[in-house]
Design a protein around this ligand. Structure first.
Ligand SMILES: [Zn+2]
Length: 238
């Protein structure tokens, strides 16, 4: 029974380290893209706050210009009224009166516009304040997650370097013929695992049924047995 053999256990150890190494290397490789995705989401959230604030500020400034316009029209009405006190001719008086009523009509239009804008301002202010509160909170949470991922990434890089050394060490300790069989399998099997236990006469790597010869070889032989379907190194955990 090869499974309990110390040399075979070393090979299993190498296999598990190799798999961990591949997983870590993949994670580290994907990290920059993942961080960029998170960064983009944060930017979108921040932008939505900026937009809400800009909308609100824009309405406020529209309101201010209307306010100024109304004020200046009222001032001109006062000037026309003062002129009316000085004119002698009836038609001059009437002309001023017409200007005044034109201005009053304009003021009414502007005041109606102003009412609409003031209503919009209420909504926009509420939206902007809500956005500032909630989104700022969400952004802080997202930034925290991003920093954590970046930190985990750095830890994984360190672990990867340590693991590389461990794998080098383990490879030196594995029985040479086992190691060469293993290395050969890693080149023919398209993806890990490269070693798989047999259970219910099935290879747990490819999930196909192995022949009786493979089972008996795995049970009896002191050499490496490979799955006759996928080529993985198979063993029986017993
Ligand atoms: Zn198989």
């Amino acid at each position: 029974m090869l499974f309990q053999d110390a040399d075979f256990q070393k090979l299993l150890l190498l296999h598990s380290r190799d798999r961990r190494f591949q997983k870590l290397r993949q994670d580290v490789k994907e990290l920059p893209e993942e961080l960029a995705r998170m960064e983009k989401k944060i930017a979108v959230e921040k932008e939505s706050v900026e937009l809400a604030l800009a909308e609100w500020k824009g309405l406020e400034s529209e309101n201010n210009s209307l306010e100024k316009e109304i004020l200046s029209m009222n001032e001109s009405i006062n000037r026309q009224r003062n002129k009316q006190l000085e004119v002698k001719k009836n038609e001059e008086y009437q002309a001023l009166e017409n200007e005044i009523s034109n201005l009053l009509a304009k003021i009414e239009d502007r005041e109606n516009e102003q009412i609409e804008i003031l209503l919009k301002i209420d909504g926009a202010r509420e939206t902007a304040e809500l956005a500032q509160g909630k989104i700022t909170e969400r952004v802080a949470e997202m930034e925290k997650q991003r920093d954590e991922r970046a930190e985990q990434g750095e830890e994984k890089k360190t672990e990867l370097l340590d693991l590389e050394k461990e794998i080098e060490q383990t490879r030196q300790e594995v029985e040479p013929s086992f190691l060469s069989s293993y290395d050969r399998v890693t080149t023919i099997v398209s993806r890990p695992p490269y070693m798989a236990p047999i259970s219910d006469q099935k290879c747990s790597g490819c999930h196909l049924r192995v022949s009786n010869d493979v089972v008996s070889s795995a049970l009896v032989e002191k050499k490496i047995t490979q799955c006759d379907q996928c080529g993985r190194i198979v063993y029986i955990e017993r």
